[in-house]
Design a protein around this ligand. Sequence first.
Ligand code: AP5
Length: 195
Amino acid sequence: MLITILFGPPGSGKGTQAAYITKRYGLQHVSTGDMLRKEAEKGTDLGNEVAPIMAEGRLVPDDLIVRVIEARLRETNAAGVLLDGFPRTVPQAAALDEMLRRTGRKVDLVLFLDVPEEKLIERLLGRALTEGREDDNLETIQNRIEIYHRDTEPVLDHYRDQPATAIEVVDGDAAILEVAERVRNAVDRHYRDAA
Ligand code: AP5
């Protein structure tokens, strides 16, 4: 089972590109943001706990999200998994590594969508007009980007220190289909190199 992390700041296009990659490579898309939003919509205990945290753009506690991911990975039997929005802190990455190690797996590839900050803000404010996500307002977007730099960016260094994990940096500042083409080339290159 190939484990790929789709990595990048809020608004870099992780969810958008995930749709293309999962289709092409038969991967299971595991988006922690989508999973938590569904729980919040359903009003479950978990959803009620995380909803106010997400509305402020803060991260939910590591132990909670690790439990959610562990349960999800246990029940999947797809050819591979595409993690979107996880891991988001170094402790989450360490927990993921450990949970994969127990079943003889590892993170194979980190795909980093690199997009300049002004574009992130523009895209998320644009989405606010069409989708109305509670965390897509200027103050919360800036908070999410700050948290990304402080807590999430170090995850990339965590994997840079692991020779068994490949990192592909994709310039995500282009039209959606152009980025999809770049992502496809990066994943194909990795699969070819890994073969
Ligand atoms: P999550 O849902 O993961 O949000 P995010 O990381 O902020 O990412 P977004 O969904 O906003 O952006 P994206 O990169 O997926 O871009 P998208 O494709 O949607 O997390 C939400 C919250 O949940 C967190 O703040 C936290 O509270 C909690 N959470 C989740 N995971 C957690 C974890 N592991 N630990 C702790 N807490 C966690 O695109 C954005 C917009 O741009 C769209 O409108 C799209 O159409 C447009 N767009 C995309 N690509 C392009 C392009 N190339 N050109 C022009 N427009 C584009």
